[in-house]
Design a protein around this ligand. Sequence first.
Ligand code: P61
Length: 458
Amino acid sequence: MATRTIAEPYKIKMVEPIRQIPAEARKRAIAEAGYNTFLLRSEDVYIDLLTDSGTSAMSDWQWAGLMLGDEAYAGSRNFYNLQKAVEEVYGFPYTVPTHQGRGAEHITSQLRIRPGQLVPMNMYFTTTREHVELAGGQYVDVILDEAHDPTSQHPFKGNVDLAKLDQVARERGAETIAYLSVATCVNMAGGQPISMQNLQEVSEWARGHQVAIIFDATRAVENAYFIQQREAGFAGKSIREILRQMMSHGEGCTVSAKKDNLVNIGGFLATRNEDFFEKARGMVVVFEGLHTYGGLAGRDMEAIARGTYEMCEQEYIASRVRQVEYLGNRLRSAGVPIVVPIGGHGVFLDAKRFLPHLSQDLFPAQALCAALYEDSGVRSMERGVVSAGRDKTTGKHNYPKLELVRLTVPRRVYTNLHMDVVAESCIALYQQREQVSGLKMVHEPEHLRFFQARFEPA
Ligand code: P61
């Protein structure tokens, strides 16, 4: 008998209408947005796969929690609920709430990096690297080579290459390392997980060299799910058990709660190091707000606390990752070049193979995002040379090996029919790919340029 269909573990009780504006209007809108999908108005977007950040649907239990917001300036009960959820789920006793992930990154970087120090990471993330550099630190890439190859089938492309860590320690000295920044389900690599075995080895390395591990645990639940599905010995373990075991290897973490934790806004820093915690809560009052709200309303903290339990439910996480796989498999079977294995939070089109006639100086991923929007009103995100920015010392473009378009799937928001519309648009575009032409950058902001850069047809 054929395997039975497994449906989403929820039903929909509120809807938000969406519409596809006419082709002419889409052409005008993307030109007015400088061919940058970040500059489109959301009302002009049909299916929004720009990001999974803050775009997920909350459950009725989370919405109910909003009504229980304790909006006291100090000591809100929702802060204590959040702290309890973080301790129970991640295992860190101390929590500092922040307005979102980059608030936690800012505090961590400022407190932990002395100018000239290194921060090895399993591939860069835009905001993380920006904060490392603003604190005078230098990012060093220590991810496996396979992560930079969109065709490699390695099941754990988020793994740290220990030989690269050894090389950093040998050439620069372990004492120059501020901390190891270890990301879970590495975003820029295509949502690729790190294995428990690798985490164990990295943690032994770190202990041996007296270096702390600070996780970017923004997508740790999606990572835990891949460990459960792919790594020997974890099939019978719950997501919570796996997550706790992963986090046991770190001194702390920064989290953008807008992803795994199923909320529209918020983040936190969590740690088991009391001294780091004391310093972080001394600093949060300067940049975010009092240490019991960190820039968030009480109701927001309640929604995060509840989302933190919900994100670990087996049926939920399986359904979420399965939907991403559904989209990826549709594209793969039509021959559209994507990053494999299919990641946790989105499907990444390989713009280098999609548009081989465009050199990286013509911003192929940016051009592909614009063309996809023109074709169907689907919004995606460039993750290539524009996102990689310029080298701070030479001033030259960084040319990443991966030149990608991210089709990011919000959690519990779209149905598989929406995924079909997206797939059909990508396939149609692939069939007439020679018609997609390159772009030139006509406005370039200094920091995180991809958000506000403007382009014109080259
Ligand atoms: C995203 F185009 N991610 O993926 P904040 N760490 C990690 C993230 O994925 C992350 C943050 C820290 C976003 C939003 C975004 O270049 C961009 O809550 C692994 O956004 O401050 C955010 O968390 C920062 C989009 C961020 C971007 C930076 O869509």
